[in-house]
Every structure is written in structure tokens, then in C-alpha cells.
Design a protein around this ligand. Sequence first.
Ligand SMILES: [Zn+2]
Ligand SMILES: [Zn+2]
Length: 328
Amino acid sequence: MKAVRLHAYHEQPVVEEVPEPKIGGPLDVIVKIGGAGVCRTDLHIILGQWAAAMGVAMPYTLGHENAGWVHEVGSAVTNVQVGDTVILHPTPTCGLCRACRAGQDMHCIASSFPGLSRDGGMAEYLLTSARACVKLDPRTRPRDVAALADAGITAYHAVRKAIPLLYPGTTCVVIGAGGLGHIGIQCLAALTATTIIVVDRSPDALKLAEQLGAQHTLTGGRGAEVVLDFVAEEGAEADGFAMTARAGSYYVIGYGGTLHIPTLDIISTERNIIGNIVGTYNELAELMVLAEAGKVTLHTRDYPLDAAPEALADLDAGRVRGRAILVP
Ligand SMILES: [Zn+2]
Ligand SMILES: [Zn+2]
């Protein structure tokens, strides 16, 4: 089968022939990929920023935002059948550790991360596990929802955590209305009554944000109760913390920058800094309810698998409105 493989950091991945994955364990599931999202994290991976954290052996297949159809199942799989339409939680988990038993999939001590720690879904087939499969309405086109598997779940997870803070009369600043931000704005509009203010360098992204329910108003210098920072690099992180009101919460969702904040500023204003990494299985299932109800839609641009290098270059150059999706 064809796959988008990274051979070395700081080199562009190449599309090449590799053997198809095989069922190894009783809970394994092989999915025929219908859509694989192209993510800023793929650019970070290529630059080697995840090398120490993931320690993956080269070459390997990229792609951590995957949806498709069940192609083959292991002997103990009961929750999905061949032919089912599925979106995949990004980290197949063990189901047995304390975090898994608490539903905190992203903190599993024995999970893997296809596309980061092993072969991912920018390919015709992907090996995953029964626990990672969220079954979808068979009418759902995988390419339309694939990016919800990581970009979506991550944005939803942050919004879901912020809900108790976003009562009517509050303000939420969204920094970055790109792949994650444009999903976050829709989740805020669907789940809260907060006033949404969007900050983005791109006029196109701001136009899209407005269509999705963002209002452009000023906070009168008081700051926002919640700041969702989908950029968190190149200075956005300093601006984001500065925009956070007293007793407010600054959610770091994008990454790449470094926060330099005097501890005096943190105690004297009681501001909170909150980290966010993907989300739980149930959050992905909830997000798919919103997606199937038309309350969260992805603006996507499809590329054939062979065009993965162009898709990555377009994302890097800011030419993608919404999300680039590879369709094998
Ligand atoms: Zn991603
Ligand atoms: Zn676990």
C-alpha cells in the first residue's frame, strides 16, 4: 500500500510503497483510511520537536487524525464490525491502568500514538485497537470528520474544561482561528453563552471566525475570564497571558513558545495556566454528536495521498483555510 513516510528529521516525507499492517493481537483493528488530517503537529514532527518525547524509529508513517472504515478485526473485538464507519481516538489505550479506568485516555501509561510513536494513518490502512474506535453514522464521510480525531478533540477538550467558567456575561478570547481554533469557536457557540472574541493575524481566518459565531468586541481592558490559546508561539503566549483577567484562566493548546511570567504576577492576580493534550474517548464521542447534528463543521480541503508534500507545504505557508485532508 501507499504511505507518507518520514525518513529523517528536517527532510520532507515521501510517498512510497510499504507492506499492509497485519492483525497481531485479539483487540487489534485495521481501518481502511477514508481521510487523514494534515496537522501543524506534522510540521513540528518533521522539525524533530517530538523526537525526544516519542523516540520513534525511522522511517515511519505520519498521520494522527484518522477516520475510515473497519477493514479487519482481531478475534476478541466485539464493538465494531468489518464495514463500520469509524473515527479513531488518537491514542489507542490499555483500558487497565488507573487513568484509563477514570476515563482519562490521554494519560494512559501504556498507550501509543499512531503518527507520532508508530505508523500513522497517512496511508491506505492503519493498525489501531478496538478501544480507539468511535462508531459513526454510516452516512458520515470519513474525510469530512477525520480532523476531529485530533484537532477537534483537542479543541473540544479545552472548551469542555472551561464550561463552568463561561457563564453568561463572560468573555472568552480565542487566539488563532486555524485548524483547531475554528473548531473551538463552534464548540464555544454550541455549549456556552460566553462572548467570543477572536484574535488572528490572517484576515481570512477572522472572516471564517465571524461566520462561525465569533463577535468582535473589546474587553474594556479588564481581560477575559478565559483565553484559549491555539497558537502559543511567536509571542502569542505572552499576549494570551496578558489578556487573561484577574482570577481568569489561560489555556495553552497550541505550543512551541515559552512562557516567562514572574510568579508575583501569578499570585497577585490569581491567574491560572492550564495545559491541554488531546481529550478523552467520551469527548470524541460527544464531539461526533455535535458534528452529526451539523453544529460543528470542518472547513476542509482534500488532497490525494500522493499530494501530501504539497498539503504540508500549503499548511506551512498559511495557504490552508480550515484543514487539509489526505484522501487515499
Ligand atoms: Zn493533529
Ligand atoms: Zn491505560
